[in-house]
Every structure is written in structure tokens, then in C-alpha cells.
Design a binder for this molecule. Structure first.
Ligand code: FES
Ligand SMILES: [Fe+2]
Length: 386
């Protein structure tokens, strides 16, 4: 984050605190319950948001060496992402050109390439077909034309995006609100390529995929829902919001920010005394904490508006090599787990039951929930339901 932004955001936070205020938009927003319960609405989201848009699939540090690969089955198509020998990144359908078997599962480090478990067609890290056993039985089948089907992929700012539709190239800077704009500058400054994956969690939740992100988009729930976890550390119902196209940056403020009042303005810095939530449209919530970063991704379950798959990846600045480092990060993780897994998710699953009951026709988002409103509005707009 640029120095001027770090200072400016502290100044904005102090102003809101002094006035017992928060960032407010002009009006309440009525969000139709159908956006969380309707199968047609979900089908539109899947077709548009999860097929046409670049998807954040990994941090660069998840794939540090040649041959490192991950697979992704959360986007409706099987995807294989691998780092090549020249350090480049490649993405393909995880689908053999012979008869369609899945080439790889999970994640790992491949030695020379990918050998299909079914009949052993073998591909290199660029997707080229290198070995076709009993080639005499495949007259007219040119190996050069039977490489893996590529998907558009971009690695930038220590992050990797893939579009799950072949041929649909994308401009990630434009999607992030523009080159030189605040969001791109922030991402660049954090140097995620130098982070280390610490741990991850996957959860099948009984709620609409958007609700997982909603829970990060307002601190209006901090005091009631988190009285013993993050509630005592953060200001309740106080946020800063900046939007960048369909994306946003929301800062929720730690009470520890008060100590900066006594420090020269030139040294003010929002980063250590806030949690910065970036909503990277459509489905990634990046939470910059003072000492680590969490990536929360939420994926729809086809045909089931009231279910989702959630993946949380937890990255740390230095590898945890000693026991005391491991203990430190376990304690740190525990707060995130207790807050989100034991408080937010059960709370939000309760909301899903309420919305699915038909009791109400719309949710009422307050003027003090501007990030939530921005997200819902952008989703509705993107699928033509605004
Ligand atoms: S399906 Fe892959 S080699 Fe036959
Ligand atoms: Fe929460």
C-alpha cells in the first residue's frame, strides 16, 4: 500500500472515531432473498461469474518450483495448473486427450510431466503430448495436435488467475480496477510471491456461496457475534471502504490504532492496526492481517443455492521452521478458526435457513454496510439482475 494511502486511511479512521461514525452510503439496500435461494439465479452466477471471469486459484508461493502443480475442481471443469521449467505458469483442462481421464489429483511436484493413469499418454509441463504408447494403433493422430487444452492464465502480484473457459483471455489489471489504481498498488506492495503457505482448510457449508464473503463485509456484527474472539480487539460497526470497479477494500479497525495518535503523522500506517479485507470479484476474500494473510474462496455447489464449498489458505511471511514458530502460528490460526468457523459460519448458516424459509422477501442492508451493498449490487449487475 502506498505511504500516502497508509496515512490517509489512519486519518479517515480517526475522523470516524472522533465523530462516533462509520462509512455510510445514502440509503438502505433491499437485497432480494432470491439471490441466496433461487436455482435460476445461481445458474446465472455459475455461467457468468464462474465461467467468464478470471478466478484467483493460487498464490505464486503455492507453486515455487518447476513441476509444482495444483488441481482445481471447484469451477465446474477440472483444471490443472503447473509451473514450467522456465518458471512460467501453465493451465489446462485436467483432461487427457485420449479418452478424457483425469491426469492429476490434488497437488504436488511432478518430475518430468504428467502420465495419464489410464493408458499412459504422457504430457510435459507445457501440455505437449510427448509419449503415445502403441502409436501404430493411432494412424493419423498427430502428437503435435493432441496436447492438453490450454486455459488462459496470468501470474502477477504473486497471485495466479485462470479463466475456466478456453480462449477467453483476460486483462487482470483491468479486472482489478486499473493499472496504477489503489487495488493493484496494494497487491503489488504486499509481495505475496515471498510468502509461504502455512495451512489450508476446506469446508462444505450449508449456505449460499456469497454468504461466506458477506461475513467479511461488515463489522456491524462484531460486538454481538464475536464477544470473546475478535470483538474485543476491533471497533464495532466502524469501517472504511474504497471500491475499485467490481472489487473493494474494506478496513476494519483495531483498537490498537489509538497509539498512533501520539506518533508523527508521517509514520501513520493503517496496515498493522486494521484487518484489510479485499473482495476480489467474484469470489475471493483476501484478508490482510498485521502478520499474515488469509485467502477465503467460496464456490457454488451446482443446483444448490443453499450450499457452498469454502477454501481458506493461510500464508505467512517466513516459513515456520522452529517449534516456537509453529506454536505461534497455531495460536494465531486458532483465533481465525474460532472466529470464522465457530461463530461466523454457524451464524450465516442460520441466516440461510431463515432466507430459505420464505419468511421474508428481502434482506435489508443498512447504510453502515456499504461493502456488502457494493458486492451484492455488482453481482446482480454482472448477471443482469440489477
Ligand atoms: S484416457 Fe488418458 S491415456 Fe487413455
Ligand atoms: Fe465475523
Amino acid at each position: 500500500m502506498r505511504k500516502e494511502t497508509r496515512i490517509d486511511m489512519v486519518e479517515r479512521a480517526f475522523k470516524l472515531l472522533d465523530n462516533n461514525d462509520t462509512t455510510r452510503v445514502d440509503d438502505v439496500y433491499l437485497s432480494p432473498v432470491a439471490s441466496y435461494t433461487c436455482k435460476d439465479w445461481l445458474a446465472l452466477e455459475q455461467d457468468i461469474l464462474f465461467k467468464d471471469y478470471p478466478q484467483l486459484v493460487a498464490f505464486s508461493c503455492d507453486l515455487p518450483k518447476a513441476g509444482d502443480f495444483i488441481t482445481n475442481d471447484d469451477l465446474g471443469v477440472p483444471i490443472l495448473i503447473v509451473r514450467g521449467k522456465a518458471g512460467d505458469i501453465n493451465a489446462f483442462f485436467n483432461t487427457c486427450r485420449h479418452r478424457g481421464a483425469k491426469l492429476a489429483n490434488g497437488c504436488g511436484r511432478a518430475q518430468a510431466g504428467f502420465t495419464c493413469p489410464y493408458h499412459a499418454w504422457t504430457y510435459d509441463f507445457t501440455g505437449d503430448l510427448k509419449v503415445l504408447p502403441d502409436q501404430v494403433s493411432f494412424p493419423g493422430v498427430d502428437k503435435a495436435e493432441h496436447g492438453l487444452v490450454k486455459l488462459p492464465v496470468v501470474e502477477k502480484y504473486g497471485m495466479i488467475w485462470v479463466c475456466p473457459t478456453a480462449g477467453k483471455d483476460f486483462d487482470i489489471d483491468a479486472q482489478l480496477g486499473g493499472l496504477g489504481e489503489g487495488l493493484v498498488e496494494d497487491l503489488e506492495s504486499y509481495q505475496f510471491a515471498d510468502y509461504h503457505p502455512y495451512t489450508q482448510r476446506r469446508m462444505h457449508c450449508k449456505m449460499n456461496w456469497k454468504m461466506m464473503l458477506d461475513t467479511f463485509l461488515e463489522p456491524y456484527h462484531f460486538a454481538p457475534l464475536h464477544p470473546t474472539t475478535v470483538g474485543p480487539l476491533m471497533y464495532h460497526n466502524l469501517c472504511l471502504l474504497d471500491t475499485f470497479g467490481q472489487n473493494l477494500r474494506e478496513a476494519v479497525i483495531r483498537k490498537s490504532i489509538q497509539k498512533q495518535r501520539d506518533q508523527p503523522k508521517d509514520t501513520w500506517n493503517i496496515v498493522p492496526d486494521s484487518a484489510l479485507v479485499y473482495l476480489l470479484f467474484p469470489n475471493a476474500g483476501l484478508v490482510m492481517q498485521r502478520d499474515h494473510v488469509e485467502l477465503w474462496r467460496s464456490y457454488p455447489v451446482p443446483g444448490k443455492p443453499n450450499e457452498c464449498m469454502v477454501q481458506m489458505d493461510y500464508y505467512i511471511p517466513e516459513p515456520a521452521e522452529t517449534q516456537s514458530a509453529k506454536d505461534h502460528w497455531e495460536r494465531n490460526m486458532d483465533l481465525a478458526v474460532r472466529t470464522v468457523l465457530e461463530e461466523d459460519i454457524p451464524g450465516v448458516e442460520g441466516i440461510q435457513v431463515g432466507l430459505s424459509s420464505g419468511a421474508i422477501s428481502h434482506s435489508t442492508f443498512g447504510r453502515n454496510e456499504p461493502a456488502l451493498i457494493h458486492f451484492q449490487r455488482e453481482v446482480a449487475r454482472a448477471i443482469g439482475r440489477a
